[in-house]
Ligand binder design. Structure first.
Ligand SMILES: Nc1ncnc2c1ncn2[C@@H]1O[C@H](COP(=O)(O)OP(=O)(O)OP(=O)(O)O)[C@@H](O)[C@H]1O
Length: 234
């Protein structure tokens, strides 16, 4: 039997209402635990693709399966549950709850998903797992009880990564999480994120307009118009 893929997308086509086609992708596969870099200029459809992969948007044609489950077969509440159980999402603007302490932000997915809570419990407890993740991403105990809004951009970004990774979701989706960082902090974050995904065994789809980040990945896909959805394997 073939192992279940983290992502299997076929013949995807998507247009926003009243606009020309935004995305056309014949195939996109991602093996469990492997990492993929998606790049393309602003407006090329990177965030749209991520929303299709995460089942937030529905394509006009084609299909997306995550861990062997097709989004088409799920109604909205089931989609929300499946997403909470299996996908960690790092948003471009991090989307932390500003007044909630750092550690509360990180453990939040375990309140929304029993599956992720059970995994964190099995790994030593939800709180301890959150603290360990924060530590591994360079956020020390002196910051754990501070409201998230009081952290620097680079610190918030690492908190967002810890939140995405708690409870070992099989798939982590990262939408331009490094766009606000200088070169040194960007490289540091990439190393921490890739190592944390490796430890959790999570597959990673990482999106950026910055092609230099491709050096961190064995596989990359370009959404640039002129070479529509071309794949490169290093
Ligand atoms: N909610 C929306 N409604 C209508 N059109 C949208 C919406 N979101 C995105 N678009 C359009 O879809 C196209 C692709 O946008 P998308 O945000 O996916 O690109 P992107 O590559 O992620 O861009 P960026 O790097 O600037 O974040 C753009 O032309 C954009 O205007």
């Amino acid at each position: 039997m073939q192992p279940v893929k983290a992502i299997e997308a076929r013949d995807l086509r998507f247009s926003w209402p009243g606009q020309p086609e935004c995305l056309s992708l014949p195939a996109l596969d991602l093996d469990a635990g492997s990492h993929l870099f998606v790049h393309g200029p602003s407006g090329s459809g990177k965030s749209t693709l991520l929303s299709l992969l995460a089942g937030v948007l529905t394509p006009q044609a084609g299909s997306v399966s995550v861990l062997g489950q097709s989004w088409t077969g799920l109604r909205r509440p089931a989609r929300d549950r499946f997403r909470a159980d299996h996908i960690g999402y790092i948003f471009q603007q991090f989307n932390l709850l500003p007044y909630l302490p750092v550690v509360g932000n990180v453990t939040l997915p375990c309140k929304l998903s029993r599956r992720r809570a059970a995994r964190a419990e099995a790994a030593g407890g939800v709180l301890v797992t959150g603290q360990l993740l924060l530590r591994s991403l360079g956020i020390g105990p002196e910051l754990w009880d501070r409201p998230a809004a009081q952290l620097s951009v680079g610190q918030q970004q690492r908190v967002a990564a810890a939140r995405a990774l708690i409870g070992q979701p099989e798939l982590v989706i990262a939408d331009e999480p490094t766009s606000a960082l200088d070169a040194q902090r960007r490289e540091g974050f990439m190393h921490l994120l890739l190592a944390a995904c490796g430890r959790a065994g999570s597959a990673l789809v990482f999106v950026s307009h910055d092609e230099r980040l491709a050096t961190h990945f064995a596989r990359s896909v370009s959404l640039a118009r002129e070479d529509a959805a071309q794949e490169h394997v290093a």
